[in-house]
Design a protein around this ligand. Structure first.
Ligand SMILES: C[S@@+](CC[C@H](N)C(=O)[O-])C[C@H]1O[C@@H](n2cnc3c(N)ncnc32)[C@H](O)[C@@H]1O
Length: 244
């Protein structure tokens, strides 16, 4: 089986040969960093349409976590184009974190369209290294479609927990690996190396729920769903929130 998967991986890689050549020449990374925000600005609209109900449900109790300041302070890791702003409550103060500065123009557009939220600052850094954010300073941390791409899920969750105040919540919605006996998993393995190269390090076969279970949150509310998406490899999702 692994030989068949390796052969099929090679076939898929061949279809993306120009990208591999650009990568070999050291040119793909800068192109990808500029192209990816544009691609995400299109994909996120379609994703939000299909996941509308799940996102509305997930974020419906954000208001329960308003802290002593009287306004919800929220930090979004890997905020991308700001596709989640529309689900945040009025008056919410957002700290945006993303290592890719090329998202800024899309983020600004999203902020104009969602003037019920206030962006406090945009930090160009990774979720693994949020030293500029004070310990225990935010009510809520949000992370959607990000843990598939990070260098260390464990480090991101550790940082998320650190910046959260006691009683704060970490919200997540992530695509994950399919069941080991499923066709989805079979195809995820075939696409994975090329997919990751094309989509800025996104991996299809992460068991992210295990990292969440081991992150040491006081309580974890997590559901596995099959997302109503056209693209099979990203259908298996987890969503929910964890309390500090
Ligand atoms: C697929 S996009 C999702 C964007 C947005 N969260 C959404 O749901 O539409 C992945 C995002 O994660 C960001 N990202 C990648 N590695 C990261 C890291 N180590 N820490 C924080 N964000 C990261 C990317 O720059 C990108 O904005």
């Amino acid at each position: 089986m692994s030989l068949l998967i390796a052969a099929l991986q090679l076939g898929v890689s061949f279809l993306a040969l120009p990208v591999y050549v650009l990568n070999f020449l050291g040119l793909w990374d800068p192109i990808c960093k500029r192209l990816f925000p544009f691609i995400m600005s299109k994909l996120a609209v379609d994703y939000n349409k299909k996941m509308q109900q799940h996102k509305r449900e997930l974020f419906s109790n954000l208001g329960d976590f308003v802290g002593p300041s009287g306004r919800l302070t929220l930090l979004e890791i890997g905020c991308g184009t700001g596709a989640n702003f529309q689900y945040y409550p009025r008056g919410c103060k957002v700290t945006c974190v993303d290592p890719n500065p090329h998202f800024q123009q899309f983020l600004s557009k999203s902020l104009k369209e969602n003037d019920h939220v206030e962006c406090e600052r945009f930090l160009v850094t990774s979720g693994e290294e949020m030293a500029q954010v004070a310990t225990g300073s935010v009510d809520v941390v949000v992370c959607t479609l990000v843990l598939c791409s990070v260098r260390s899920t464990e480090a991101v969750l550790r940082e998320a927990k650190r910046v959260l105040r006691q009683g704060g919540a970490f919200y997540f919605m992530e695509h994950v690996t399919g069941d080991a006996s499923s066709w989805i998993f079979f195809f995820q393995q075939i696409y994975d190396p090329t997919w990751s190269r094309l989509f800025d390090g996104c991996q299809l076969t992460r068991e992210t729920w295990k990292d969440l279970e081991q992150a040491g949150f006081a309580e974890l509310k997590l559901r596995h769903i099959m997302a109503p998406l056209t693209w099979n490899p990203v259908k298996p999702h987890i969503l929910g929130y964890a309390l500090k």
